[in-house]
Design a binder for this molecule. Structure first.
Ligand code: SF4
Length: 398
């Protein structure tokens, strides 16, 4: 077995290993999601030809309104190369990172940046709250590697030393390991936040049931918050996609401030899922992003789209996908999927887990470097293909 880095989700686990033999794929430490991802990309047959690159370069030279799109599964190096190619071709660099994560990262909840990382959570996180997120569905190893099970410097007994709360609109798998399970009606996050804040401020507002939660349960939740020294809130799509994103995040900021006012350490961290969401956010912070862009795609503004890394046609909202499919598509990425099938030219590349080079940004903004392993020999990388494409475009221009 060799050490590898998994990019099955934004946790980018770098404590895992794998081997590929004629008998199949073996792995150690990978979760089910990661193992399936590795098996899928191992089966890809990649044949990148110079001819295809030439054709792609010719098409790029003849566009009038080019969109460079995708990127959430591309490495930081590929994103940088894409930004440079966009500048050369005067194309528009855009990403399909959801509007939610983009806005969340600009909210005051992260005004001072993400000042803690997941290692800090492992060592100090005493009261962990998963709010509108179910890691058992998307970031499988989040609880076992960082937030719930492991021992840490100030968490000598692991799960026994932590209190776990889950807030969601339905029963979730993660709730099974929680001390507090708060199921609330859709869109009532702020009401719950305000109730908790008032109770922390000593206003004793909880008498009977609130939002369907028995008063005694909610008071128990607040009392445990009061007992903890370090509280971490992990917020996810339930908070971001409810239509009240801004109000919800502002409510969380208030809760954090209330806890900090009593001398506690309190933080909020996001639970974005796509492997390099943070890499895209970091690289494109100054660029015009998503909401507006989806509208521009729908209105037929672009005649050609260079899609890198993502099967965007499978994941965009229907009307936007339809409009995008009407453009001439050049696809650079792993084989398979709707976008690859629909593309005028496809240049296939290896997934980063196989290629084993470059970096991505973990969900807590920590840079993770991929590890070369035996499977990495003779692979086609996103960044190299884009570099070759860029070179061809430059040569053809002169
Ligand atoms: S948690 Fe994510 S990065 Fe870690 S092994 Fe599972 S899929 Fe891979």
């Amino acid at each position: 077995m060799e050490n590898i880095v998994c990019n099955g989700c934004s946790l980018l686990c770098d404590d895992v290993s794998a081997e590929i033999s004629s008998k199949g794929v073996n792995s150690l430490g990978l979760c089910k999601l990661g193992h399936t991802h590795l098996e899928t990309v191992t089966a890809h047959k990649i044949v990148a030809t110079q001819k295809k690159l030439e054709k792609a370069a010719d098409l790029l030279m003849n566009t009038t309104n080019l969109l460079l799109f995708g990127w959430t599964h591309a490495t930081d190096e590929a994103i940088r190369e894409g930004l440079e190619l966009a500048a050369t071709l005067k194309g528009h660099f855009g990403s399909n990172v959801n509007l939610g994560p983009m806005q969340a990262m600009s909210h005051t909840i992260h005004a001072e940046g993400l000042d803690i990382d997941l290692e800090y959570v492992r060592n100090n996180g005493e009261f962990i709250i998963y709010w509108g997120t179910d890691p058992s569905e998307s970031l499988h190893r989040h609880p076992s590697r960082f937030a719930v099970l492991p021992r840490g410097e100030k968490i000598p007994e692991g799960i026994e030393s932590r209190t776990i709360g889950v807030v969601d609109v339905r029963q979730t798998e993660t709730m099974k390991m929680a001390n507090h399970r708060l199921i609330i009606p859709i869109g009532s996050d702020v009401e719950l936040l305000n109730t908790v804040i008032s109770e922390l401020e000593g206003k004793s507002v909880i008498k009977d049931k609130i939002l369907g939660i028995p008063g005694i349960e909610l008071v128990g939740f607040v009392r445990n918050l009061q007992k903890a020294d370090c509280i971490i809130i992990f917020y996810g799509s339930g908070v971001l996609n409810s239509g009240n994103q801004d109000t919800n995040l502002t409510g969380m900021v208030k809760l954090i401030e209330t806890l900090r006012a009593t001398g506690k350490k309190a933080y909020a961290l996001p639970m974005f899922v796509q492997s390099n969401t943070m890499g895209v956010i970091k690289a494109t912070h100054d660029h015009e992003i998503v909401g507006e862009l989806l509208h521009r795609i729908s209105s037929g503004e672009f005649d050609t789209t260079l899609v890198v890394g993502d099967d965007v046609l499978a994941h965009l909202p229907g009307s936007v996908a339809k409009a995008l499919a009407k453009t001439q598509i050049l696809y650079v990425g792993p084989p398979g999927g709707l976008t690859d099938k629909r593309a005028t030219v496809s240049v296939h590349t290896s997934d980063a887990i196989i290629a084993g080079t470059g970096t991505m940004i973990r969900v807590d903004m920590k840079e993770i470097e991929f590890k070369k392993w035996r499977a990495s020999v003779a692979t086609e990388k996103h960044s190299e293909v884009l570099m070759k494409l860029h070179k061809l475009v430059r040569t053809k221009r002169t």
